[in-house]
Write a protein that binds this ligand. Structure first.
Ligand code: GDP
Ligand code: IMO
Ligand code: MG
Length: 428
């Protein structure tokens, strides 16, 4: 029995969904604790692709329980569609298998409208959000003016609060953002209906988790986004609006930090980023295009091409320290096959000196020039290999990473499929 938190160590899309799917075999409960449907977690089983945005990636294992914690922001329409789509693919999602926190905040149509209109207004300096209303929803949560899931169940008070809210948001949308106003009646009816439909799933998630822990169950926490998108520790303001680091399981799921046994970090064998913001090892050349094409680096949520670059171990080591990572999963190693040589960033040249951290400001990060170590590449196909018979150069690449960050690699993913993984150590 163990409780494990899985965290992305870069700018998201590290392959967390695939790793969660693999680890779920040995877990009893899988929990999302922050973010919303800005996340897109992909799992490939027997050639069938599933992209999950809100429901934990453990849902594909039919006898496991999944929970969405209070720290997640929920777009009810997206959640209902996700439940329906899974059902159509033969994955039954019942209230016995999916628990949703009554305290999770609700993404409203004005959150999405504000997100999109703000980005449009910013023009070139935009963050490049997913346009899902994430920031505006967390903003209302912080100002204590948001709706929690439980509020959708009380018609009268919901309508009263919504009336004032729509008036305020429409003023901001039309007067400041020059966007279209939203219709109160349509919104009110739709959200009351969502409340009715989701009511059977709503529950006290922390209580459920405490009881599961007391019964000796293993709980797996599924991080969304990545450490460099954390609102405090990431490349602010080019970040998301939640804390993406491991300690968020306490606030976002109501689970005690002292009950967490392991933090497992997921790191792509190279780096990607989608949206704006600094990215020191970005490659805007043929190698960058090679990584994008071979790695299928297009957003799981928005379909945008992801920016690609060499592995940045400064970023990864910082994330390992922030999260307390003690085990490492390296994903997409197969994507590097065929490259003559591989570069790995081990520091930055910054204002005439070598540094091993990211400066706090965007302007500072933009001044950083990566210092690279160059390692030989490999040409052999990685499919069907175990750790021993990986090409020597691939083994050396993994060893270099592990030595640099001082954490053992326990999982190596060599393809998108569920079975394309090398596991060197029991995680639970
Ligand atoms: P997440 O958001 O961290 O769950 O990652 P995404 O699902 O957004 O992006 C990872 C992408 O890489 C998905 O398309 C996965 O199917 C794919 N993937 C995951 N692991 C591997 C791997 O080891 N090799 C390859 N080639 N693709 C992988
Ligand atoms: P997963 O869980 C990659 C990025 C957006 C944008 C910034 C802010 O699949 O790894 P937001 O809509 O959150 O306000 O956008 O954060 N972003 C992600 N990038 N993977 C994600 O999730 C992301 N979720 C948000 O592209 O730059
Ligand atoms: Mg993703």
């Amino acid at each position: 029995m163990a409780n494990v938190v899985v965290i992305g160590l870069q700018w998201g899309d590290e392959g967390k969904g695939k790793i969660i799917d693999f680890l779920t075999q040995a877990a009893d409960v899988v929990v999302r604790f922050q973010g919303g449907n800005n996340a897109g977690h992909t799992i490939v089983v027997d050639g069938q692709k599933y992209i999950l945005h809100l429901i934990p990636s453990g849902i594909l294992h039919l006898h496991k329980i999944c929970a969405i914690g209070n720290g997640v922001v929920i777009d009810p329409a997206v959640l209902l569609t996700e439940i329906k789509d899974l059902k159509e693919k033969g994955i039954d999602v019942t209230p016995e298998r999916l628990l949703i926190s009554e305290k999770a905040h609700v993404i409203m149509p004005y959150h999405k409208a504000i997100d999109l209109a703000r980005e449009a207004k910013k023009g070139k300096g935009k963050i490049g959000t997913t346009g899902r209303g994430i920031g505006p929803c967390y903003e209302d949560k912080a100002t204590r003016t948001g709706f929690r899931m439980v509020e959708l169940l009380d018609r009268e008070s919901f309508l009263e609060k919504l009336k004032a809210k729509v008036e305020e948001k429409n003023f901001y949308l039309t007067q400041y953002l020059k966007a279209k106003p939203l219709n109160f009646d349509e919104m009110a009816e739709a959200y009351l209906r969502y409340g009715e439909e989701l009511k059977p799933y709503l529950t006290n998630v922390p209580r459920f988790l405490w009881k599961a822990k007391e019964a000796g169950k293993s709980i797996l926490f599924e991080g969304a986004q990545g450490t460099q998108l954390d609102i405090d520790h990431g490349t602010y303001p080019y970040v998301t609006s939640s804390n993406t680091v491991a300690s968020s399981v306490c606030s976002g799921a109501g689970f005690p930090i002292t009950a967490v046994d392991t933090v497992l970090g997921v790191c792509k064998a190279y780096t990607t980023r989608v949206g704006g913001g600094p990215f020191p090892t970005e490659l805007q050349d043929a190698t960058g295009n090679h990584l994008r094409d071979k790695g299928g680096e297009y957003g799981s949520t928005t379909g945008r091409p992801r920016r690609c670059g060499w592995l940045d171990l400064v970023v990864v080591k910082e994330a390992i320290r922030l999260n307390g990572v003690s085990k490492l999963a390296i994903t997409k190693l197969d994507v590097l096959t065929g490259l003559e040589e591989l570069k790995v960033c081990v520091g930055y040249a910054y204002e005439g000196k070598k540094i091993d951290y990211l400066p706090a400001s965007v302007a500072g990060i933009e001044k950083c020039k990566p210092i690279y170590e160059t390692l030989p590449g490999w040409q052999e196909d990685l499919s069907g290999r175990n750790l021993e018979n990986l090409p020597i150069a691939a083994k050396n690449y993994l060893k270099f990473i592990s030595d640099f960050v001082e954490v053992p690699i326990v999982l190596v993913s060599t393809g998108p499929g569920r079975e394309e993984i090398i596991c060197t150590e029991e995680i639970f």
